[in-house]
Design a protein around this ligand. Structure first.
Ligand SMILES: C[S@@+](CC[C@H](N)C(=O)[O-])C[C@H]1O[C@@H](n2cnc3c(N)ncnc32)[C@H](O)[C@@H]1O
Length: 299
């Protein structure tokens, strides 16, 4: 079959991306799933993720879909797993040529006829029920094998909600599950930009009132909601990005009806006061402990 794939969004000029490469990152809505590709590809470019299980899963999937003799360029910032790429790829039976540039490590390999340990790496990074949580999750998804302390705090304080609502940045559905305990909730739209999280949330929220959407919160068309719940992200690609959290506050305000309520939790150092004041008629801190603030904001 042939063709090329790209995993991730490299900075401009960092690597050569083959023209027409198919995007396969789960963090880019609309992209293809590497796990679902069963044709032999000629070439792959992978901006490898930082987490070990996630990274080895992605590299193993990338090698799996390449034809023998096909080429893979895997790279990552040196301090975010780039320093471990060579060893991982050698462990899969590849001969690796490594270079360093702009704080990144670049590993080029030609896919050998025989690969080692691919199935095990794919299985180690695959979706599964996490026994401690009792829910579907996957390495790479936010707080994949434990409940985030901020989300736990918000869950404790969340009153029974009612009407039409949304969980913005729903992850695997921890907050959504708590929201759906209220029989007064008529519908809940759960949105996440991570396809893996959305897929897990779909499996975890077996409730006809819940709809899970793989999308960027900033681009979903929702309006006149009665409530929003959220634990907004403040990291994008590993780097702190406060603007993203601020955009979530704006997105919540823009999607609520007048009088609608937003319950959110945030790390206390995050400066959400100004966007809350701009988008809402009132915003009350309902708890401030353990480094987290739980806020009830009314439109
Ligand atoms: C702090 S986590 C909270 C996850 C979940 N609500 C929980 O409590 O466990 C933030 C979530 O927002 C998602 N996210 C990040 N940027 C997003 C965006 N632009 N649009 C939609 N979701 C996004 C992340 O993938 C992550 O699952």
């Amino acid at each position: 079959m042939g063709g090329a794939f790209l995993y991730g969004a490299p900075a401009p000029g960092l690597v050569d991306v083959p023209p027409g490469a198919v995007q396969v990152s789960p963090l880019i809505p609309g992209s293809q799933d590497l796990a679902a590709i069963d044709v032999s590809m000629d070439e792959g470019v992978v901006l490898a993720p930082a987490g070990t299980l996630e990274r080895d899963h992605v590299l193993a999937q990338a090698l799996r879909v390449l034809r023998p003799g096909g080429s893979l360029m895997a790279f990552a910032p040196k301090d975010k797993g780039g320093g471990r790429l060579k060893k991982s790829l050698e462990g899969f039976g590849c001969e690796v040529s490594e270079t360093a540039r702009r704080h990144h490590r670049f590993c080029r390999v030609v896919r050998p006829a025989t690969l080692i340990g691919i199935a095990a790496a794919i299985a180690s990074g695959a979706p599964r029920v996490v026994p401690a949580l009792g829910v579907w999750s996957q390495p790479g998804v936010f707080s994949w094998d434990r409940v985030d302390p901020g989300s736990a705090r918000l869950k404790e304080l969340l009153p029974p909600l009612a009407g039409r609502g949304a969980d913005l940045g729903c992850g695997v559905g921890i907050l959504a599950h708590a929201v759906l305990a209220s029989a007064q909730v008529t519908s809940l739209t759960c949105v996440d930009v991570d396809r893996r999280a959305a897929d897990c949330a779909r499996r975890n929220l077996d409730d006809p009132r819940a709809e899970v959407v793989w999308a960027d919160v900033r681009r979903v068309a929702l309006s006149d909601l009665d409530f929003v719940v959220m634990n907004p992200p403040f990291h994008d690609g590993g780097a702190e990005d406060r603007a993203l959290g601020v955009a979530f506050v704006g997105a919540a305000a823009g999607r609520l009806r007048k009088g609608g309520v937003c319950w959110l939790v945030a790390n206390r150092h995050l400066p959400y006061e100004a966007p809350l004041a701009a988008g809402f008629a009132s915003a009350e801190v309902r708890a401030d402990a353990g480094g987290y603030k739980v806020i009830e904001a009314r439109k």
